[in-house]
Ligand binder design. Sequence first.
Ligand code: ZDP
Length: 282
Amino acid sequence: MSRLLPFSKYQGLGNDFILLDNRHQPSLLLSPEQVKFWCDRHFGIGADGVIFLLQDPDGQWGMRLINSDGSEGEMCGNGIRCLAKFMQSLGIPAEQNQYAVQTGAGLMLVNVTADGLVTVDMGEPALLARQIPTTLVPADAKAIAVPLFVADQTWSVTLVSMGNPHCVTFVKDLDQVDYTAVGPLFEHHPVFPNRTNTEFIAVLDRHTLKMRVWERGAGATLACGTGACASVVAGVLNNLCDRQCRVQLLGGDLHIHWLEATNHVLMTGSADLVFQGTMLVR
Ligand code: ZDP
């Protein structure tokens, strides 16, 4: 039986999501197959993924992200900023100015600032191979500037988990990298059992990075929040940038701060409503 479901479409730096109010249903409103259809830019609404707002019986907020290919991501940096704006639009009050949201990567604190930007405390990065996960180095080792052979070339990669896996590689000239061609080869490389997101980074100066991303499950997107965080962490570990950086993405800029005192990564950027509507669920 078909039914109509209300949705809101948001974007953060052109990384676009369909937001669904899933607070009052026990299971996800859409199956992975339906998510693929909704995200299709010709047959559906079009988006990089669908984000479900959840609430458990204790009142705790939660979110889940299903990528446009139907796979699930543990965490979503641009998406959680959109979620905060969505919660605000639903009239959900923010305690001490912030929402606490449970994700596959732990509890995130999200703050809508007075100027309409959104700051997320993304928690601590994880660096051990078993946390990524990867078989590139031994389980209890970190992969910092380790060679990885992809597409007839050796890349120096640094692996960072922001709850989801990231493979960061620094390059001299981004225009020389055909990242849509090599991206899938990183994503499906056998050293990444859960696949990986991949960031190609040019260091413009110690507080400015330029990034191109190939996302696990979503391909070439205009921006990736967790990827920007992972890239600054990787830049610091390789002594290429400071702890506070502006990351330039195709869809705009993110401000990242890896705090020395707490080891947490803060991400600040825009997130905006694009349109609302109802969609036929088949
Ligand atoms: O880890 C994954 O499967 C990602 N594709 C999830 C999406 C990440 C996102 N682009 C971000 O901004 O962190 C939403």
